[in-house]
Write a protein that binds this ligand. Structure first.
Ligand code: HEC
Length: 104
């Protein structure tokens, strides 16, 4: 009886050891998505105001647009989507977009 118990225990221990998960270090490649906007004039203001609701890709994937179109876009974010952006910051953001993402 005692022998049976010992053998039983050893069997259980061996099974548990075999079933124990083996954790291996692994690495993953996440999709590339810029953490913020590329450097440019007023980039800090842009990062502070334009990343709350969507990534910078939402902006950078747009075609190159003239300043007036960017101004309209920033106005749309403020009016249609209620982005809490003041007039002064909005002007700085339009300057950035016109400087970095407009046709030559
Ligand atoms: C309050 C949330 C909010 C903030 C802050 C915000 N956006 Fe948006 N933005 C949106 C939403 C919502 C959409 C539409 C998403 C969709 O269509 O899937 C959008 C879409 C866009 C688009 C795609 C074109 C379009 O008109 O739909 C651009 C470009 C854009 N935003 C630029 C900006 C810029 C520049 C800023 C900073 C001034 C900004 N957004 C800040 C909510 C925001």
């Amino acid at each position: 009886m005692k022998l049976l118990a010992i053998t039983g225990f050893m069997f259980l221990a061996a099974t548990l050891a075999a079933a124990a998960p083996v954790f291996k270090p692994m690495s993953m490649d996440f999709p590339q998505d810029a953490a913020g906007f590329p450097d440019g004039p007023n980039v800090k203001t842009v990062n502070q105001n334009c990343l709350a609701c969507h990534s910078s890709d939402m902006v950078l994937d747009q075609p190159l647009l003239p300043r007036t179109a960017w101004a309209a876009e920033v106005t749309k974010m403020r009016n249609a989507y209620k982005a809490p952006i003041g007039d002064a910051d909005a002007a700085l953001i339009v300057d950035y977009l016109a400087a970095t993402h407009a046709p030559p």
